[in-house]
Design a protein around this ligand. Structure first.
Ligand code: GAR
Length: 208
């Protein structure tokens, strides 16, 4: 059986990438990371990947500056890199750049993103602060397939996290992050097992 080939896109710290690496190394997730791609040159996530002997690529957004549609031109380069590495599932693990139709059309229902809120609440940046500002009592995280539109695609898995009295964005983010580290590898494993079926907005999980 062919092992699922992942392309992981990152921008920063890379703790979700680390969680995926750990679960692959322990055998819980049956997949391999074909390439880790960052839009940030000095992303610590790239160093983590290199420490584990993974192939890394920094794709400089400046390389497409001045083109008529730089975001699409960037995603065209991204797509070529993913295809070059025979990537079957694209995982956005703290990738802080909006992806365009260039990537979404080529990898339909094969791009997943982790977001630190219970979507559809609090899409976009600073989701944990948005949750605190709104005064919710339950926050959480979501893994969803990526469609056009910010954090709006079909939801694969979610986990709830309580908001505690006195929480700051940092304390809440830490509590949510622990759950993210379980949720994203789990979603990848479900995909690898062929157990996810998208029907409209719903993602059905076989034998859940
Ligand atoms: C995570 O909390 C992830 O959910 C969030 O960025 C953080 C990345 O951490 N992603 C988004 O907000 C995407 N909209 P990491 O680099 O340590 O994995």
């Amino acid at each position: 059986m062919n092992i699922l080939r992942l392309g992981v896109l990152v921008s920063g710290r890379g703790s979700n990438l680390q969680a995926i690496i750990n679960e692959i190394e322990s055998g819980t997730v049956k997949a391999e990371i074909a390439v880790v791609i960052s839009n940030k040159h000095k992303a610590p996530a790239l160093e983590r990947a290199e420490r584990h002997g993974l192939t890394t690529v920094f794709l400089d957004p400046k390389s497409v500056a001045g083109m008529s549609d730089p975001r699409q031109a960037y995603d065209q380069k991204l797509l070529e890199t993913l295809q070059h590495h025979h990537v079957q599932l694209v995982v956005l693990a703290g990738y802080m750049k909006i992806v365009t139709s260039v990537l979404i059309d080529a990898y339909k229902s094969r791009i997943m993103n982790i977001h630190p809120s219970l979507l559809p609440s609090f899409p976009g940046l600073h989701a944990q602060q948005q949750a605190l500002d709104h005064g919710v009592k339950v926050a959480g995280c979501t893994v969803h397939f990526v469609t056009e539109g910010m954090d709006t695609g079909p939801i694969i898995l979610q986990r709830a996290v309580p908001v505690k009295e006195g929480d700051t964005a940092d304390t809440l983010s830490d509590r949510i992050l622990k759950e993210e580290h379980g949720l994203l590898p789990r979603a990848i494993q479900l995909f690898a097992e062929g157990r996810l079926k998208v029907e409209g907005r719903a993602v059905h999980v076989r034998d859940a």
